[in-house]
Design a protein around this ligand. Structure first.
Ligand SMILES: *Cc1c(COP(=O)(O)O)cnc(C)c1O
Length: 384
């Protein structure tokens, strides 16, 4: 079987995990802060807050930005449901902005048009959550220009994109986004099993995320009301959560981070070979935005009307040869939960048209040249 994604765990990863398991701290020790500093440094951000997964980190980001009942949050319908659910956790209203037909990421043009309508209605969103789809950076500068004009805040859902470059700088450096969120789920670029991280250059936002990650409880005397300063003193000053990352996960994360360049190189080489070997077939291959380097979390192709079989047919033909592809994504607004909120199919036609033809081919560090040849041959045979 060739899956669409798979983690890579080597002996150094195993050793790092075992070392922490034998140490004093399994949680709330020194390893999580080390992992936070390492990711922040690599991405050029001032602060990083690790969490038990990216979904929790997105929730913390929304809360830190003050998202609550009565607020509006907009995101891309072509994403995992977590990109929208985080706003609903806060009691806010969610809405979507249709995608760009070439990059499949939130369309800046559609965002501009929607903001113009929203301004007339007095309904400007508090936060826009832009997704770095497939590992390719979103149009961060274009979205930030609209932010400056309309006054919303930006969360970059970079679950796919640790290691990606935008205009020569690492995604996560906070030049455009208020908060950037990474995921370390096993299918992503590096893994901690479950895990996520929120990066920001704003000390107050980072402080709020760290506080809410751990029950809203502080031991910082400056934040406490009671001035006795007894050594056991802690105070709950907000209603927070337990969204902490464990030391074990952070140790794996540090070991994986040490391998990230190798991971990215292999993913980029595999993507370049798909680009070459699939060229000329009746498919739409991923489009590269200029002045960016994708982290290639996914290699999404479109099986359009020019092909002899449709997307369902290609999925089935590959499956028969032991190649398991996947589809990214079923548009969020068409999910039953979102339909019950009032969204209807047809509302975001570019995302829906893309979904009908989309298929993500196997792409991961451990995919061998021979396995990739099998995938290419199977696609060629199926398209006949
Ligand atoms: C994977 C993913 C998430 C959620 O990440 P978890 O770490 O699994 O919670 C959020 N957004 C996008 C775009 C993702 O791909």
């Amino acid at each position: 079987m060739i899956p669409y994604a798979r983690q890579s765990i080597d002996d150094a990863d195993l050793a790092a995990v075992v070392e922490v398991l034998r140490s004093e701290y399994l949680t709330q020790g020194p390893t999580v802060p080390r992992f936070e500093r390492a990711v922040a440094q690599r991405c050029g951000a001032r602060f990083a807050v690790a969490a038990c997964n990216a979904t929790a980190a997105l929730h913390l980001a929304c809360l830190a930005l003050g998202v609550g009942p009565g607020d509006r949050v907009w995101t891309s319908p072509n994403s995992f449901v977590a990109s929208a659910n985080c706003a609903l956790y806060c009691g806010a209203e969610i809405d979507f902005v249709d995608i760009d037909p070439r990059t499949y990421a939130l369309s800046t043009q559609a965002l501009r048009a929607k903001l113009e309508r929203a301004e007339r209605a007095g309904e400007i969103p508090k936060v826009v959550i832009a997704v770095d789809f497939a590992g390719q950076p979103c149009d961060a500068a274009g979205i930030a220009a609209l932010r400056d004009r309309y006054g919303f805040r930006i969360i970059e859902d970079a679950a796919h994109a640790i290691g990606a470059l935008y205009r020569g700088e690492p995604v996560g450096n906070g030049r455009y986004a208020d908060v950037t969120v990474f995921s370390f789920h096993p299918v992503k670029i590096i893994t901690t099993a479950e895990g996520g991280m929120a990066l920001s250059n704003d000390a107050e936002l980072a402080g709020r995320m760290a506080l809410l990650r751990s029950h809203g409880v502080t031991r910082d005397a400056a934040r406490m009301e009671e001035r006795s300063h007894d050594p056991w003193e802690y105070e709950q000053v907000e209603l927070g959560f337990n969204y902490r990352m464990t030391e074990v996960e952070a140790a794996l994360g540090l070991a994986q981070l040490a391998r990230i360049e190798t991971f990215l190189e292999r993913r980029r080489a595999l993507a370049a070979r798909y680009d070459r070997d699939l060229a000329g077939m009746p498919l739409v291959l991923p489009y590269q935005i200029p002045d960016a380097r994708s982290a290639y979390h996914l290699y999404p192709i479109r099986v359009g009307p020019a092909a002899r079989i449709d997307r369902r047919g290609l999925y089935g033909a590959l499956r028969e040869r032991g190649i398991v592809t996947n589809v990214h994504y079923i548009p969020i607004h068409t999910q039953p939960y979102y339909r019950a909120l009032g969204f209807a199919p047809g509302a975001f036609p570019v995302a829906e048209a893309y979904y009908r033809e989309a298929l993500s081919l196997p792409l991961y560090y451990g995919l061998t040249d021979e396995q990739q040849s099998e995938v290419v041959a199977a696609v060629a045979d199926a398209l006949g």
